[in-house]
Design a protein around this ligand. Structure first.
Ligand SMILES: NC(=O)c1ccc[n+]([C@@H]2O[C@H](COP(=O)([O-])OP(=O)(O)OC[C@H]3O[C@@H](n4cnc5c(N)ncnc54)[C@H](OP(=O)(O)O)[C@@H]3O)[C@@H](O)[C@H]2O)c1
Length: 325
């Protein structure tokens, strides 16, 4: 099969397109023909091998998994002898977090992995991106933010992968949502359901006197200290981008004060919790309250261009690779 091979950390040019053996499904596994796989901001950061601490999981001197990529959607081609929940022809989606391998034409995964049948109202492209934006934002809004109906929630970076998912999920749970984006994305964020939109190019949400129960800073460009006055009395600042200031704020606010700073590494959650979040996400999708926003699709061969585009940090929603034309 055709696959993208990664043998070192570095710039997008480290990727090579190659032919490798097609995986085979073990007795407890399914073999999936991939129709779309996600190319995420997190993928581009992992590719650089920095910060170095990430290499403890990814491989110290070079990536331990030669084929990268985690989010996928496709069709089951073959099932192992012990598989009970899936049959060939099922459309499935999910995340391959342990062994990666979705930048390829085929993927073998255990049936009890982060894998589910695709809701009928999603395309392969949309489904491939649900793990990144959807599961991560569900984790941040529900597990960290304890989101409740009627709460005021601000989503900074509302036009990215995490942000477009977060606006829709927060609306699903009945929050009053303010999305922060640039001028070109105002219409998109309104269409996703945001009650208010702030254009960050001419308005700073931390100084406009409004307060929020939850500020979800998906792009990590603000800090807890900057946002403190824009939080309600026991408001939460949560960001998926970890740096030293956020680590310090988390430690301090876990002991003192009612306002809290929070972070979580969603990819490191126990598989049981990730599956629980995937099931909730499916309910939201099937209720018609969540769609995937696709900015660009690239053929597998154009992986270098896809990574160059994603790492600029200005995509609208998601970018996918399409092994099947
Ligand atoms: N901890 C976790 O569990 C976890 C999981 C997944 C991802 N992440 C991390 O989360 C971060 C966000 O990921 P993502 O995929 O959502 O990113 P993304 O899709 O690349 O986000 C880009 C979006 O952010 C907007 N943006 C850029 N600068 C902004 C600013 N100053 N203020 C407001 N919006 C701004 C851009 O809009 P404009 O073009 O208009 O600027 C663009 O639409 C990444 O660092 C990723 O590594 C963490």
């Amino acid at each position: 099969m055709k696959a993208i091979i990664t043998t070192a950390y570095g710039s997008p040019e480290i990727f090579t397109v190659d032919k490798v053996a097609k995986p085979t499904a073990k007795p407890n596994e399914v073999l999936i023909r991939i129709h779309a796989s996600s190319v995420t901001k997190a993928d581009t950061m992992m590719r650089t091998g920095k910060p170095y601490v990430g290499r403890l999981m990814l491989g110290l001197t070079k990536p331990k998994n030669p084929i990268w990529g985690t989010g996928f959607a496709g069709v089951i081609e073959h099932v192992g002898s012990e598989v009970t929940q899936f049959i060939p022809g099922d459309k499935v989606f999910g995340e391959s977090l342990d062994t990666m391998g979705t930048y390829a034409e085929f993927l073998a995964l255990p049936e009890n992995g982060i894998l589910a049948k695709m809701p009928d109202n999603l395309s392969f492209e949309e489904a491939a991106c649900m793990g990144d934006g959807g599961i991560t934002s569900l984790n941040f809004l529900c597990n960290l933010g304890n989101i409740k109906s009627g709460q005021k929630v601000l989503i900074n970076g509302a036009s990215g992968s995490l942000g477009t998912a977060a606006v829709q999920i927060a609306k699903h749970f009945g929050a009053e949502v303010t999305g922060v984006c640039s001028t070109k994305n105002i219409q998109l964020v309104k269409e996703l359901g945001a009650d208010h939109v702030i254009d960050y190019t001419n308005n700073d949400f931390v100084s406009n006197k409004n307060t929020y129960d939850l500020i979800y800073d998906t792009v990590g460009v603000r800090s807890f200290a900057e946002c403190k006055d824009a939080l309600t009395e026991s408001g939460i600042y949560a960001s998926p981008v970890l740096g030293m200031p956020l680590m310090g704020d988390m430690m301090r606010t876990s002991m003192f004060g009612k306002k809290k700073a929070k972070f979580s590494a969603t990819g490191a959650l126990p598989a049981k919790e990730t599956k629980r979040l995937l099931d909730i996400l499916i309910d939201i999708i099937e209720a018609g309250n969540m769609k995937g926003i696709i900015d660009r699709s690239y053929p597998l061969d154009e992986i270098v261009d896809a990574h160059r585009y994603v790492e600029k940090g200005h995509k609208k929603g998601n970018v996918v690779l399409k092994p099947v034309g």
